[in-house]
Write a protein of this length. Structure first.
Length: 135
């Protein structure tokens, strides 16, 4: 172990950042990504309200489907591998009718991807919590 290991405790350790800059945990009124996060939260609410994609629904998706669906939306259209006949990503994990790209809004597709990632994180957290409570 380095002799001065505690010397930099509480200092920023981010590459390219001055190591003398104190690490802060203070919240500010402006959060990086605040607008994007709000869009993702709104999309999650819409999916629950309009489509019925509740946490209980998501808990049944144990094969990584939410993450794979997020990948499909996050992938730029020119890089998507599509089925020739259906024009749906070859790795789309759900029914064909549920693939709803938004070709004229890259932001909208990224918001859908973000919402799906958050749903997968939340599902995994619930699963981990359940496992921990059963031990």
């Amino acid at each position: 172990m380095h002799e001065n290991a505690n010397e930099n405790e509480g200092k920023a350790q981010v590459a390219g950042q001055n190591p003398e800059t104190p690490v802060t945990t203070e919240c500010t009124d402006t959060i990086i990504g605040d607008r994007a996060i709000k869009l993702i939260v709104e999309e999650q609410r819409r999916q629950i309200k309009e489509l019925g994609y509740t946490p209980e629904h998501d808990d049944g998706l144990t094969g990584g489907q939410l993450a794979v669906a997020a990948i499909c939306y996050a992938t730029p259209p020119e890089y998507r591998a599509l089925e020739t006949e259906t024009n749906i990503p070859i790795n789309w994990p759900f029914e064909d009718a549920s693939w709803k790209p938004v070709p004229d809004s890259r932001i909208r597709e990224l918001v859908k991807a973000g919402s799906l990632i958050v749903a997968e994180i939340e599902r995994t957290l619930r699963l981990n919590d359940e496992k921990a409570s059963n031990q």
